[in-house]
Design a protein around this ligand. Structure first.
Ligand code: SAM
Ligand code: DTB
Ligand code: SF4
Length: 331
């Protein structure tokens, strides 16, 4: 083990992160597995289910996203879902074995009126005994306080890519806007779920720089989703060269090494991955997945396929526990 990976750090240099990536694959995986075993049960994976509570017609221009109004995707746009539909979806997710229910809305930011409706959804899902997560776009400090008061467990807001590559991907909001929302969420002591997307045509350096941004936040996000781009027809990124699966596994492993106490989620893109590749991701320290046949708008492996895979790997769903109290556990 090198000195680089001894402590929880927030001062990672790009050169150090590049050096972690550049190691022989087996050395990197050994390092990641060692870090993982220090803080987590190595055979436990947390499972979260997703629901799109408001689909499509989004004013933003994120070039990976089928929900942007700027691209002619085949998506049916929908209004904010009625509370009964949300409750039923959460109940199904719970019955299928999910411990956290994540609700996503295709908004640049929520209006105060819509936020009140989402707060009702959060209370309903909490009453079912599930953890709650929402992703609604940018938040003001005031809105964040309301979410905290509602008992929200996690807020998902991704940095998506490196600061340098970001301008090639989104023009309608800045990297700093994202950092500001993350700051609001942290200030309210809501658990932060923040990661990015790879396979968008970025360079090796961009992937290292994304992980550097995440690890050098004032606190490591409690949850770090690593998404592999789901290529959707008529989005600008459709047709991008597919990322080498080994590079994807390396990205998970480096995230695990530099954010050892965070839950690392093998997120979007599993539908395009072999089971062997997913097994390598778990070996590299991924300990969470999105579970259920749909992500927000795109397909995800069927529940029984995931359970079969867990069975073959001896993985226990939803038993992921820190060996020590988390660096950043929210109240
Ligand atoms: N509209 C809100 C926002 O962008 O902050 C919340 C919902 S948005 C769909 C949540 C995240 O989903 C994005 O930040 C992005 O990281 C991820 N995402 C969207 N489309 C994706 C795709 N095609 N492949 C992989 N991840 C995607
Ligand atoms: C995250 O990092 N990935 C999820 C969740 N947070 C909200 C979203 C993935 C979306 C994939 C494309 C879709 O299904 O629309
Ligand atoms: Fe809108 Fe979020 Fe999609 Fe960007 S990622 S277009 S903000 S729904």
């Amino acid at each position: 083990m090198t000195d680089l990976v001894k402590a929880i750090r927030h001062d990672w240099t790009l050169d150090e992160i590049k050096a972690l990536f550049a190691q022989p694959f087996n050395d990197l995986l050994f390092q990641a597995q060692t870090a993982h075993r220090k803080y987590f049960d190595p055979n436990a994976v947390q499972i979260s289910s997703l629901l799109s509570i408001k689909t499509g017609a989004c004013p933003e221009d994120c070039s990976y996203c089928p929900q942007s109004a700027k691209f002619e995707t085949e998506l049916e746009r929908e209004r904010l879902l009625p509370i009964e539909e949300v409750k039923q979806a959460a109940l199904n997710a719970k019955q299928n074995g999910a411990s956290r229910f994540c609700m996503g809305a295709a908004w640049r930011n929520p209006t105060d009126k819509n936020l009140d409706k989402v707060i009702e959804m959060i209370s309903t899902v909490k009453d079912l005994g599930m953890e709650t997560c929402v992703t609604l776009g940018m938040l003001t400090a005031q809105q964040t306080k309301k979410l905290k008061a509602a008992g929200l467990d996690y807020y998902n807001h991704n940095l998506d890519t490196s600061p340098e590559y970001y301008k090639e991907i989104i023009t309608t909001r800045t990297y700093q806007d994202r950092l500001d929302t993350l700051e609001n969420v942290r200030a309210e002591n809501i658990n932060v779920c923040c990661g990015g997307i790879v396979g968008m045509g970025e360079t090796d350096l961009d992937r290292a720089a994304l992980l550097q941004q995440l690890a050098n936040l004032p606190q490591h996000p409690q949850s770090v989703p690593i998404n592999l781009l789901v290529q959707v027809e008529n989005t600008p990124l459709y047709g991008t060269d597919v990322l080498d699966p080994i590079e994807f596994v390396r990205t998970i492993a480096v995230a695990r090494v530099i954010m050892p106490k965070s839950t690392v989620r093998l997120s979007a893109g599993r539908n395009d991955m072999s089971e062997e590749m997913q097994a390598l991701c778990f070996l590299a320290g991924a300990n969470s997945i999105f579970y259920g046949e749909k992500l927000l708008t795109t397909p995800n492996p069927a529940e029984n396929k995931d359970m079969e895979l867990f069975d073959r790997l001896g993985i226990k769903p939803n038993a992921e526990k820190h060996h020590e109290s988390s660096e950043t556990a929210a109240a």
